[in-house]
Design a protein around this ligand. Structure first.
Ligand SMILES: [Zn+2]
Length: 396
């Protein structure tokens, strides 16, 4: 296949030649197209396909009638409400996850990391559903699964054994949740999480909403445990709101510890809480990326599985207005999550898999500003979606 007259993120025009699912060459326009499936992009923007490095495929209500949102003051109250409400959703996990994956792929995402609830109520049922969904969707999207203790590790009886079983059954990473704010036992939760990671040789992705100096101390604890176990590059902390709410001294100390330990930070950049300052953390050498998190579930009725929308939300929240900053917002949905998730051979480079998205816009900056439609999504050089419609090559 030849993608002719593409606009690259840096503004150059190029022809991109794809052979055997890989990018073979990126050259100035004018490559002869004899015997090639030639598609003239007429200057449309070409990006590596998006990566959504934090979603909850088992929680989404996508495709089901609206489930009224039940507000909760604390994380514990909201979890209690969710454990009731999730049994009232009239579609099984497989169907809802499929509906969301259809949106994700149509919008240009071909790699995701999904957390899956593991607790005494659902046990491994949601994991088993997502493992089946992952196999069905493998032609169009890579799905990493985090065994997520949404109801706590120490405070949920039996949770460590369930998490152990989830990792043995095929979960790729072990999760965690507010060791102080939820379990009120930082060493207790982190001992279990890191021991399970070591036992199964898997990475870690922890939800950390704990704010201020408490959250900062937890981040430094996570960083030192990461170094001690040699897990550099395999640990993510999601949210890490405390990074937006620490003294300058402890912010610098925490950022340096995260950078040294290779612990990456995910931010969805919600409006109502302090959020990690992306550019300040990057100056300390910390890897950050943007992701959707909750999409139309008990936690939020909003979200659409469009990483361009998420890039715009993060850009707006972080006041990314200059051209360099708008391109950084796109990087937070492409090359930065690839780095954080340890995805190698990614990007607009010869030899990388041809997972690509064509966006109907003349520049990277305007992609973030206007969030235009996706014309084409390629997965390993094969058309996965065109004009917002996913190709129906999936087995039933
Ligand atoms: Zn989450």
């Amino acid at each position: 296949m030849l993608l002719a007259n593409a606009t690259l993120p840096d503004g150059r025009r190029a022809d991109v030649h794809i052979v055997d699912g890989l990018i073979a060459s990126i050259t100035a326009p004018g490559l002869p197209a004899a015997d090639l499936d030639r598609r003239d992009l007429a200057g449309a923007l070409l990006l590596p396909a998006f990566i959504d490095g934090h979603i909850h495929l088992d929680k989404t209500h996508m495709g089901a009638p609206l489930v009224p949102h039940v507000p909760g003051e604390s994380v514990r109250e909201r979890i209690a409400a969710e454990r009731v409400a999730r049994h009232a959703v009239p579609l099984p996990v497989e169907a809802r996850a499929t509906n969301l994956l259809r949106r994700l792929v149509a919008n240009g995402t071909t790699r995701v990391r999904s957390h899956v609830d593991i607790d005494n109520d659902v046990k491994l049922a949601n994991l088993e559903a997502l493992l089946a969904v992952r196999e069905r969707w493998r032609p169009w999207v890579d799905i990493e699964i985090v065994a997520f203790p949404q109801s706590g590790v120490v405070s949920e009886p039996g949770a460590p054994d369930l998490l152990d079983a989830a990792l043995a059954a095929g979960a790729d990473l072990i999760g965690g949740l507010d060791p102080e704010g939820f379990d009120h036992d930082v060493p207790g939760q982190l001992d279990i999480v890191f021991a399970l990671a070591e036992k199964h040789g898997k990475g870690i992705d922890i939800h950390l909403h704990d704010g201020g100096e408490t959250g900062g101390a937890e981040l430094r604890d996570i960083a030192s445990r990461t170094e001690a176990l040699g897990l550099q590059g395999r640990v993510v902390v999601s949210h890490a709101f405390s990074l937006g709410d620490q003294s300058p001294e402890s912010f610098a100390r925490t950022a340096d510890a995260l950078a040294r330990a290779g612990v990456a930070i995910m931010t969805s950049s919600p409006a109502a809480v302090p959020v990690p300052p992306v550019k300040a953390l990057r100056r300390h050498g910390v890897t950050l990326f943007a992701a959707s998190d909750n999409i139309r579930d008990c936690w939020s009725p909003f979200g659409n599985g469009d990483m361009l929308d998420r890039a715009a939300i993060v850009a707006s929240r972080q006041e990314f207005y200059a051209n360099d900053d708008l391109r950084l917002a796109l990087d937070l949905a492409t090359v930065e999550p690839a780095r954080a998730l340890g995805i190698t051979g990614y990007g607009l480079v010869p030899g990388a898999p041809a997972d690509l998205v064509v966006i109907d816009t003349p520049s990277a900056e305007e992609a973030v500003i206007n969030r235009p439609p996706r014309k084409l999504v390629l997965r390993g050089g094969v058309v996965a979606a065109e004009n917002g419609v996913v190709a129906e090559a999936l087995p039933a």
